[in-house]
Design a binder for this molecule. Structure first.
Ligand SMILES: [Zn+2]
Length: 339
């Protein structure tokens, strides 16, 4: 039985702006892909995989994440992975998603760039046709690798750049500041690509400043540690910078002590354009709906605050203005209807 709040959240039109498609690989699907591709995995059951999903920090998680991604081999795998995500997202009221993929995780294993991107694009097209969920693709560079490797990846992407909305920066944050990638982000900007970057998840507020000043990001992924620096908060609020916040991820990776201590409502109160997203939902305990429900209960958010978070997700998206206005009107209609 769905209660009123759950029904309100499920029906609230929303965009997801921080989702790593490889992080939506459910244990069941990991086994299915391993079987059909004849790949050995270091787990003997779905339960064993779930038991391994107890992390104490970002690196713990990344070690398992990269092992799991090894089962992804064919265009069909990437298509099926994407479609499974969109089915869950649609059920959670997602109308638009801007999804990350990590080409280097796959090209390093000998999987061609084209296999990954064609599979994902096919899944995205099918999701739009069948579920009415629009989407865009963001190519993320792995920051634990060097900038030269990122440049190589950008060159591999060349034939598909007209179908890729932007570039991002993810993986191990500590010790890999945004400044390491300033030149490749400038090259991406020259090609007309949008820029986003993970910053201030575990790393300091200074990394957020670097993402703004050196990478010229259009959007900031996480950004939680900005709260340590009032001048930076004021700057983010003034410029209307979108923060793609991931509540359950923050708790799972021990960046926030508990969901009832999450700063999401403080961010809104400070005038930050915060959004709610799932990050790596198969690993962190839930999809976007679960994240909305968790902060709604944990922080006692009311419908008006939940609608603000949803509105922010469209305002922070790369959709054209007319589409943003239409989605925001749908939020207002739902708010009025649900009252
Ligand atoms: Zn992330």
């Amino acid at each position: 039985m769905m209660d009123d709040l759950d029904a309100f959240i499920a029906g609230l039109p929303k965009a997801e702006l921080h989702l790593h498609i490889e992080g939506s690989l459910e244990p069941e699907q990991m086994f299915e892909f391993a079987r059909r591709n004849g790949v050995a995995i270091p787990f003997d059951s779905v339960e064993a995989v779930r038991a391994a999903y107890e992390f104490s920090n970002l690196q713990d998680f990344l070690d398992i994440y990269y092992a799991g991604a090894d089962v992804l081999r064919t265009e069909a795998d990437f298509h099926d992975l994407a479609l499974a995500y969109f089915q869950r997202a649609a059920a959670d009221g997602v109308r638009h998603a801007e999804i990350f993929f990590d080409p280097q995780t796959h090209t390093q294993r000998g999987i061609p760039f084209g296999t990954v991107v064609e599979g994902l694009l096919a899944g995205m097209a099918e999701a739009e046709a069948r579920l009415g969920v629009t989407s865009q693709l963001i190519l993320c560079f792995l920051r634990h690798l060097d900038e030269e490797d990122a440049f190589k990846t950008l060159a591999q992407a060349e034939p598909w750049l007209h179908r890729i909305a932007g570039v991002g920066l993810d993986s191990s944050e500590m010790g890999h500041p945004p400044s390491k990638f300033a030149r490749v982000f400038a090259a991406a900007a020259d090609k007309g690509l949008k820029r986003v970057a993970h910053a201030g998840e575990e790393g300091p507020a200074d990394y957020v400043r670097e993402a703004l000043d050196l990478l010229q990001v259009d959007r900031l992924d996480h950004g939680n540690r900005s709260l340590d620096d009032p001048a930076l908060v004021a700057r983010l609020a003034r410029s209307g910078m979108t923060l793609t916040v991931c509540p359950l991820s923050n708790v799972k990776l021990c960046n926030v002590a508990a969901i009832d201590a999450h700063p999401i409502d403080r961010m809104l109160d400070l005038g930050l354009r915060a959004t709610v997203n799932s990050d790596d939902p198969a690993y962190f305990g839930g999809y976007i709906g679960e994240n909305y429900r968790a902060v709604a209960r944990g922080r006692g958010l009311d419908r008006r605050q939940l609608a603000t978070l949803a509105r922010n997700s469209f305002l922070g998206s790369f959709l054209p203005d007319a589409a943003v206005a239409a989605h925001c009107a749908a939020i207002d209609a739902w708010l009025a209807e649900a009252r």
